[in-house]
Write a protein that binds this ligand. Structure first.
Ligand code: G3P
Ligand code: CA
Length: 269
């Protein structure tokens, strides 16, 4: 079945494929988006950074080293930071072989390519602006590209796109630039700080490791910038027992490398 063919979007919690279906295919590649789609998973999460010549690309680490062959292709360019390479250079890298020979030739996608692939599968996107402090202006550039690609159309905004960040400053910038965009603050702020963040964050997205039902309830007691209850998507939940536990806390989303496992644990299919 295609995304949501069975679940619809009404089931709670939503299941979100972390960096795509990253237990099945190399993280943050188009192949990982395809793998999520093949599993019928509608939400994918990714990480956005910027090349030296200003192109937005989808990759998690600050360095190219772990998930590409940059070290072999560009010896002498240590420490292989994403921001020190042009888009053309990054396009030459193999971002799949580290994961498995079957994925040799997978690339680091540009955000534009990534959005096209998510759109092709009619999926939903949890877009993380990664390390925004390293990339001044990345919020505006990301929103511009989202707009150019049609992701800021009204029909998408309420239920198909969330922009998240560990940086409250970055998230506030996103909110100020495009107030209609739904935003998620990564981490687990102190209870006393939650009302302040609810001025610009529609979600608070903590690690599952210290999450509790009382924390989820405290977040749910807040009203976000769009007049709805502030939601909780938790990460990274890769086993059935934890998936059931966080669902019991009342979370709204479970971010996982193993979306099929989590869906089976929660919904039995
Ligand atoms: O979506 C939550 C999660 O992605 C945050 O941590 O390090 O995997 O980007 P990280
Ligand atoms: Ca992420």
């Amino acid at each position: 079945p295609g995304p949501d063919a069975r679940a619809g979007s009404a089931l709670r919690p939503s299941v979100v494929a972390h960096r795509g279906a990253s237990a099945r295919a190399p993280e943050n590649t188009l192949e990982a988006v395809d793998a999520a789609a093949a599993l019928g998973v509608s939400w994918v999460e990714n990480d956005v950074q910027r090349t030296s010549d200003g192109v937005l690309v989808v990759i998690h680490d600050e360095s190219l080293r772990r998930t590409t062959d940059a070290e072999e292709v560009f010896p002498g360019r240590a420490p292989w930071k994403v921001r020190d390479f042009t888009a053309a250079e990054i396009a030459r890298l193999d971002a799949g072989s580290w994961f498995g020979a079957a994925y040799a030739g997978a690339r680091v996608p540009t955000l534009e390519e990534y959005l096209d692939r998510v759109e092709r599968h009619h999926q939903k996107l949890l877009l993380e602006v990664k390390n925004p402090e390293l990339y001044p202006g990345i919020e505006r550039e990301t929103l511009k590209l989202l707009g150019n690609e049609g992701w800021l159309d009204r029909r998408h905004l309420a239920n198909r796109l969330i922009v998240q960040s560990f940086s409250a400053d970055s998230l506030r910038t996103v909110h100020d630039l495009e107030p209609a965009v739904r935003t998620g603050l990564l981490g687990m702020p102190a209870l006393a700080d939650l009302p302040r963040f609810a001025q610009f964050a529609d979600l608070v997205n903590p690690s599952h490791t210290s999450l509790s039902s009382s924390y989820v309830s405290a977040v749910h007691a807040l009203t976000g910038p769009h007049g709805t209850t502030v939601k909780v998507f938790t990460w990274t939940v890769d086993d059935a027992a934890t998936a059931r536990a966080v669902a019991g806390y009342g979370v709204d989303g479970v971010i996982t490398d193993e979306p099929d496992l989590v869906r089976h644990a929660l919904y039995g299919y």
